[in-house]
Design a binder for this molecule. Sequence first.
Ligand SMILES: [Mg+2]
Length: 377
Amino acid sequence: MKIQDIELNLLESPIRMKRSQGVGSIQAAIRRVVLRIRTDEGIDGVGEAQAWEVFSGTNENVFHAIDRFLRPVLTGKDPRDVPARMLECDRALVANPEAKAAIEMALLDICGKAAQLPLHALIGGRFRERIPLSFSIANPDIHADIELARQMMAEGHRIFKVKTGFATPAEDLRRLALLREHLGEDFDLRIDYNQGLKPHEALRQLRQIEPFMPTFIEQPVPRDAIAAMSQLAAALDTPVMADESVFSPAEALRTVQERAADIISIKLMKSGGILPAMKVNAIAEAAGLPCYGGTLWEGGIALAAASHFIAASPNVCLGCEFYMPRYVFVEDVLAQMTPAAAGHVQVPDGPGIGVEVDWKVVERQRIAFAGGRHAAG
Ligand SMILES: [Mg+2]
């Protein structure tokens, strides 16, 4: 089997509400890349990348990285030798984890379709069939999110992650108090600063947050403030989770060595795909750190792929935040949304990633990108 072509699409996907986080905000629409790898045996694989400019990079860069640098090293090669293909991608282009995650996803989709096996069966088999779903309270209009959270609780949701650190500490405390007041105690509260606190102020502010009994506090300080992460993890009763501080397996190892977190958030867009995500998880697990399924703003293709990884990884036991397709996008690109019920995401069971893309939606959301070339159809 040989790779014939990679169709690349830069999309602009409208979203329903503004989202504010410690490092920045999104509103109206997000950009992402959806691709299809075509083979000479008629089996196609799909992949998706999403980059956030304040977090990791840009979607235009993802598009260009694949178009200009990864396409030539992949074309004509066997898509099923995934580690070999990814090593070639790493040699051709440094970093760019989102681009590599999308390529690896499509290769694994092809492997699964060729073998008639779901992706989770290719990476060891399934430990769980459904994953607890966390929704992020990130609307600057807290009352709009409280109303949505109330509806979600009626549907069985019990995990909410509050985005803090984009307003004043007093405002963060006010929002947390409002949530507990309106939603009660019967939910699992998590808090994510997205690097929003200054290292010298963080401990005092987080001590004021602890009485709300969060399950974890995520990335309170900037990604490179490893000494501050270590101090906070040692000083606080609440577990500290590393998100922006851990992209790669090497950064996971540094986090373990420096005791810079109690939990690690794994995102395919940070690790550069499922195979490196499994390495991050293995390092964490060996050190006794559980993991969590995080995301940037990617949609149903990438989240379905990530759900296979979590399905096959017992140590990723703190749930996932794969809520974008159902609750934030006006319209995702899947012909059918991945099922979710009672606050859980269902892991797809069809061959490969197990999703079907509606290419008409891809076409509708596709935008022109100067310097890139879009495949027809
Ligand atoms: Mg985070």
